[in-house]
Design a binder for this molecule. Sequence first.
Ligand code: PMP
Length: 380
Amino acid sequence: MGGYPSSKPMKKSLGDLFLREKTLKERGEKVLGFTLTSPAFPPPPIREKILNFYKFSFSYSPAGGDLGLREVLANFYSKKWQVDLKKENVFVGNGGKEVLFILLQVLLKKKGEVILFSPYWPSYVGMVKMAGGKLKILKTSEKHGFYPDLKELKKKISSKTRALILNSPCNPTGRILRQKEVEYLADLSQKRNFILISDEVYEIYDFENLYCSFLKFFHKNIFCVFSASKIFSLCGWRLGWGFGDEKLIEEMKSYQNDLSTSPHTLSQILMREIFREEKKVLRYFSKNKKLAQERRDFVINFLKERKIDFIFPEGGIAIFIKIPSKFKNAFSFSETLLEKEKVSVAPGEIFGHKKYFRMNLALPFEDLKEGLKRIARYYS
Ligand code: PMP
C-alpha cells in the first residue's frame, strides 16, 4: 500500500503523517524520526539471560502476571517508596498500554466520567471512549507553563467522577507534580471517592529531582502505572505493570484472561531476573537518566540561543516546542518539516494544543543536532 502523491493536500491526521513518513522511507529517503517517545538508549545486558531462560518461555503465564515478577516488583517499589505493597497489588500487562486499557474497561463498566488535563498523551482519550466513559478535559494554560490547576480540578469533581488521570513526568510537557500536590491529590481521591490513575512510565527521567510517586501515599483509590518500554528502553518487549487495590486487580486479571490470557512470558521472566539484581538496576537507571539529561540540556541550550520558545522539561524524554509564528497550526508545520526537511515530529493537535509540537529527546546526539538545525530554519 503506497502513500498519496505529494501534490495532493494531506489530510489532518497523525495516521496520514505516519503513512507519509513510511512512504518516504520506502522510497529510500532518510527521515529523522522524532515522533515517538521510544528511548534509543542501550537496554540492560540481557543477551545471556535470554539464552538461559528462553526454554521456560513456551507456555502462557498466569493472568495478571508471573508470580515471581509480581513479587520482585512489589519488593522493589515498596522499598523505593517506603510502602507495603504485596504481589496481590501488582498487575502486569502487555505494555503500560494494556494495563491502562484494562483498568479503564473495568472502572468504566458502569460508565462514569474521567477527568484529564490537557495537553495529554493521546491514547487516554481513545481508551476512555472505548470503555464507554465520558471525558472531561481540563485545559492547563500556556501562561502558567501547563501546570495543572488543582483548584479548578476540585471544582470539576462530581458524583459522576469515576477516575482522574494524571501523568507525571508528563508526556508531552515534561511537567512534574510536586510532592505537596501528590499528597493533596491522593487525599482528595479518598475524600471524593474516585480512582486516581497515575501514569508514571517516565519515572526515572526526573532531572530536577522533583518527582514523587503516588505510591508514597498508596491506598485503595490509587493506581500507578509503570513500563519497561521507557525505563529499560525495551519498547518491543511490551511489558508494563501497575499497582492498585487487590479487588480491582482481581477484576483486571479476569478481564486480561479473556483478552490476551497473560502478558508475554519471556519478557516477564527476563524482567523478573533483571529486577532481582537491584543494585545493578539502580545503577542502570541513573546512567540512563544522565544520558537523557545531557540530551535535554543540549536541546534546550540550542533552542534558547535561537530564542525558540519551549516548555522546560523537568522530566520525561520529550520536549514541547512552540511552532514558528508564520504557521497557523502544528499540523501544517509538521507536514512542512516532513516534506521539505525530512524530519518527523508529533503535532500538538494530538495532545490537545495546536501551537506546539513534540519531539523525542532520547536519541543520538548526531540526530538531534541535524534535526534541530533543519527545524531552526523556520524560526528566522
Ligand atoms: N503512558 C505514556 C504517557 C506513554 O507515553 C506511553 C508510551 N508512549 C505509555 C503510557 C505506554 O507505554 P507502553 O505500552 O510501551 O508500556
